[in-house]
Unconditional design. Structure first.
Length: 439
DNA sequence: TCATATT
């Protein structure tokens, strides 16, 4: 459908959206904010952030099942300038009451790439120079940055990243060159696509490693060294001279990644299967904006002018009124005083000096066992054993918080060096991350 | 040997 449009621009599809709104989309910047105390609401956060910067929207990230805060949120600012103000003012600058370390404020995944109008260029000749690439691409706009990937010698890996000043420039280069322009000394046309986000390339690297370990593709790497480093999964479809853009194959392979990830995940943590049955949904999207599957042939959809990506940021401030709590779902929200097990799982900080770091916790200990081992010295506010995200295995360290420094001190006296399981516990005061006083 | 989280 997209290809069939030929020279026609897509602006006709926009009718529902005014130009101003589209401009706003373009300029606005989404920030990810971490270390948000779970009790804070969206309006708490809004009032905090708008002291410093203009904020269009705050949306808490909530647990899908319990609807409770996951301790982080997104903040949308109308411009990069405002977003940078917020980062400058808050990132690592203060610890909110109830958080364990300073507020984290950074660009959300993929924002930077989106803002930088960054293109990936493949199928460059091995011996290409910056000047040669520059000459071809400066035809379409101002090149802010050009980076040719090079191997151990100085020979190029056959690909590069280019940043343009504006999205329009990048797009026109993409459309004019991808699959159409052949560099001197090369037998195939360039591949030009939007650069992957950091996340995507990580996922890709992981998948590629996994794929190469299980399947065997003899000599694959040596036959196509130029693109095997950067295209997904170490597999290259038969090349037909049209580039990968809009051709389907490349898009399809991207599309498969999340499903394979799910499979992999269920292999390593079979525990999850009993409780959560997750259908492989048809709308898995390679980027964070959801679009019908048919729309992302190739990988350039989020930035095509005239194609409006959904503005539906799910949980915005005004949503609160729309989601009345049914009596049943509130039951889970009991306050900490009533929790029976003595603070296991909750990550509540005590006053300064009342928080302990514990190392050499027996492998089989969970939060509850840790809380139990430390409950003789005072009221345990929280006890947390850290686990490896991928394997669920204990990392053998954790934190215990008491109400008073005295309780913590007697726990150190009694427990430090004490043999538990196979090893001797190390019990000491937790490092203090607090950097400034709270509101 | 001192921390997670990306609708």
């Amino acid at each position: 459908m997209e290809e069939a449009e030929g020279g026609g621009r897509k602006e006709t599809e926009v009718e529902a959206v005014g130009e101003e709104e589209e401009e706003e989309e373009e300029e606005s910047v989404k920030l990810f904010v971490g270390q948000v105390p779970k009790h804070m609401t969206e309006s708490d956060l809004l009032s905090l952030f708008k002291e410093i910067a203009i904020v269009d929207e705050v949306s808490l990230i909530k647990d899908k099942a319990t609807r409770s805060s996951r301790g982080c949120c997104f903040v949308v600012c109308p411009s990069r300038k405002e977003a940078d103000k917020a980062i400058e003012a808050f990132h690592n600058k203060q610890t909110l009451p109830g958080a364990s370390s300073p507020l984290q404020v950074k660009y959300a995944d993929g924002e930077l790439e989106r803002l930088e109008h960054k293109l990936f260029v493949g199928m460059l000749p091995k011996n290409v120079t910056e000047d040669e690439v520059s000459e071809v691409f400066s035809e379409y706009g101002n090149i802010k940055d050009l980076h040719i990937l090079r191997g151990s010698q100085k020979t190029s890996k056959g690909c590069a990243f280019i940043k343009y000043e504006t999205k329009e420039q990048a797009l026109s280069a993409l459309e004019a060159l991808n699959g159409k322009h052949r560099m001197e000394g090369s037998s195939v046309p360039l591949v030009v696509k939007w650069a992957d986000t950091e996340k995507e390339s990580q996922t890709r690297r992981a998948q590629k490693a996994h794929f190469q370990n299980s399947a065997n593709i003899p000599n694959a790497e040596s036959r196509h060294p130029s693109i095997f480093g950067t295209l997904p999964m170490g597999y290259i479809p038969p090349y037909d001279g049209y580039g990968y853009q809009g051709h389907g194959t490349y898009g399809l392979m991207q599309y498969r990644l999340p499903a394979m990830q799910n499979q992999y995940h269920s292999l390593i943590s079979p525990v999850n299967q009993g409780t959560t049955v997750r259908a492989i949904s048809p709308d898995i999207s390679p980027r964070s904006y959801s679009m019908p599957a048919a729309s992302y042939v190739g990988s350039h959809y989020p930035r095509v002018p005239g194609v409006q990506y959904p503005v539906a940021y799910p949980a915005v401030i005004c949503n609160r009124a729309l989601s009345p709590r049914s009596g049943a779902s509130a039951a889970h929200d009991g306050n900490s005083a009533s929790s029976s097990g003595g603070g296991a799982g909750r990550q509540i900080e005590g006053p300064p000096g009342a928080n302990l770091f514990i190392y050499h916790i027996p492998q089989e200990f969970g939060d509850l066992e840790l809380a139990n081992a430390f409950k003789g010295f005072g009221r345990v506010l929280s006890a947390k054993v850290y686990v490896d995200k991928a394997t669920d295995a204990s990392k053998c360290f954790g934190f215990v918080s008491y109400e008073t420094p005295e309780a913590a001190q007697s726990a150190i006296n009694a427990m430090n060096g004490r043999q538990l399981g196979g090893k001797k516990l190390k019990v000491q005061h937790k490092r203090d991350n607090r950097q400034s006083k709270t509101y």
